[in-house]
Write a protein that binds this ligand. Structure first.
Ligand code: C2E
Ligand code: MG
Ligand code: MG
Length: 471
């Protein structure tokens, strides 16, 4: 081989080497992309599932090779995303990712499974307490506030934890149970950790059965509507009703609306339920206004849910119901809970504005339990704030509740909105609320929710009465 061929061979080898290096680089880059989440650089779902599959297999072969999975869902991500924007939402997710990584041991795997869902695989676990301690650390670190766009945000999360001791055979089983436990933590009031146990499966089966029954109930007329009177407090005068849905299950008897309304929301039956209540309530109001004298001023409050606000046909169907029963739009107030509204502000506002332009009113239900920012409140198309029952309940043993009611009244006054107090049970509470200047009251003291027939009787005897009438 002469000098020339030698050089060519050397150059070719150099090229090859270069090719190999860049190919390796490209390959490892692609590998990284395939196994990592682009936003946080944590492991992604695919990577998590592979590592979990290996852990499941190891513990199947040797029960001493224990692991735990912590499933985590942020409690306020949607609120941040909707109110502060996607960039702020991304900042929050990156910060959460960093805090999680700082919490775990080097052998653990932190992954973002999608959206605001994260999971941690605790491999080579010696004792269950290690898993519980990690869960506590995660809760603590996520309860520390951070600044996003100048706004202080507490990420907060609900955590579900499960251990390999339950004898898992597949990745799906582990994830399903950790996810179930996480839902349990959310249902228990958020910001907490729930440990999976087998009774959760039974509860899910029970829930599915109830969901199927509810679907039938809506079609088969098992639902009814009761009406709880609302009173102007000064002077004392019946001003209208809140429509409250009722379900008497053929075998189980009455089911609480707190249970089945949430179920209807989750399972997509809420639209049918809302349509039923709206139609029924408007039909009743029209009938009462026609048949009893001095009832023209009566209004009807109807609760709507978060999913209703996202309906493309909400405005049209509300208008259609009003027309069908010839009810003036001003006689209908739609109640939305504060947490629902704040969580869906962007989606809700256009529909709310259109309805309000046509005369329909809005009230924020359970006010004081959510996160309304005061700057928002002044711009919202709402007519009244309904102070949550918990503040009315503690009016006499917790003096700060008087201050809260006073503050809500001042706020409402400055915004030109009315204040409604719900859950009035004692004469003392009523006297205090009246003295503070609350405009409208509702509660068992004034009247329990009534069947339509009882309302007819109430109207027949004249609405000056304050007596409670049992449903
Ligand atoms: P909400 O809208 O805050 O309704 C008030 C709840 O407080 C009603 O419970 C009512 O019966 C109860 N209540 C009224 N006065 C008192 C009182 O003095 N003391 C106590 N302890 N409770 C009182 P209900 O009927 O069980 O409804 C619970 C929740 O279910 C409602 O809370 C509302 O969020 C939801 N809901 C009820 N009907 C409907 C509906 O038709 N559609 C939707 N989307 N949600 C509904
Ligand atoms: Mg309500
Ligand atoms: Mg309420």
């Amino acid at each position: 081989m002469n000098w020339f061929t030698n050089r060519r061979a050397f150059r070719a080898a150099g090229h090859q080497l270069h090719d190999i290096t860049s190919r390796h680089l490209a390959e490892s880059r692609l590998h990284h992309i395939a196994y990592h989440d682009g936003l946080t650089d944590l492991a992604n779902r695919h990577c998590f599932q592979e590592r979990l599959a290996a852990a499941v297999e190891r513990s199947r072969l040797d029960g001493d090779q224990r692991f735990a999975v912590l499933f985590l869902d942020l409690d306020r991500f949607k609120v941040v995303n909707d109110s502060l924007g996607h960039i702020a939402g991304n900042t929050l997710l990156r910060e959460v990712a960093q805090r999680l990584v700082d919490c775990v041991r080097p052998c653990d795997l932190v992954a973002r499974l999608g959206g605001d869902e994260f999971a941690i695989l605790l491999d080579s676990l010696h004792e269950a307490d290690e898993g519980r301690r990690l869960a506590q650390r995660v809760l603590e670190t996520l309860s520390q506030p951070l600044l996003v766009n100048g706004t202080e945000v507490v990420p907060g999360a609900s955590l579900g934890l499960t251990f390999s001791d339950l004898g898992y055979r597949t990745v799906d089983e582990v994830l399903r149970d950790a996810d179930l436990a996480m839902y349990e933590a959310k249902a228990g009031g958020r910001g907490r950790v729930a440990l999976f146990d087998n009774s959760m499966h039974e509860r899910v089966a029970e829930k599915l059965a109830l969901e199927a029954d509810l679907r039938r109930a809506i079609g088969e007329g098992q639902l009814s509507v009761h009406f709880q009177p609302l009173y102007d407090l000064q002077p004392h005068k019946l001003s209208g009703f809140e429509a409250l849905v009722r379900w008497t299950h053929p075998q189980r008897g009455p089911v609480s609306p707190a249970v089945f309304v949430a179920l209807a929301e989750e399972s997509g039956h809420i639209e049918a339920l809302t349509d039923f209540v709206l139609d029924h309530a408007m039909a009743q109001l029209a009938q009462w206004q026609r048949s009893a004298a001095g009832t023209e001023h009566l209004v009807m409050h109807v609760n709507i849910s978060g999913r209703d606000l996202a309906r493309a046909d909400l405005v049209d169907s509300v208008h259609a119901v009003l027309q069908r029963h010839a009810v003036a739009p001003g006689a209908l107030t739609l109640e939305i809970t504060e947490t629902t509204l704040m969580g869906r502000l962007e989606v809700a506002l256009p529909a709310m504005r259109r309805l309000r332009d046509s005369g329909v009113r809005f009230s924020i239900d359970d006010f004081g339990t959510g996160y309304s920012s005061l700057s928002y409140l002044s711009t919202l198309p709402i007519d009244s704030l309904k102070i949550d029952r918990s503040f009315v309940m503690g009016l006499h043993d917790q003096p700060q509740n008087v201050e809260i009611v006073r503050a809500v009244l001042m706020l409402a006054k400055s915004l030109g909105r009315k204040v409604v107090a719900e859950g009035i049970e004692t004469a003392e509470q009523l006297a205090t609320l009246r003295q503070l200047g609350v405009h409208v009251g509702q509660g068992y003291l004034l009247s329990r929710p009534l069947s339509a027939e009882c309302v007819r009787n109430l109207l027949a005897i004249g609405n000056a009465s304050t007596a409670s009438i049992a449903a």
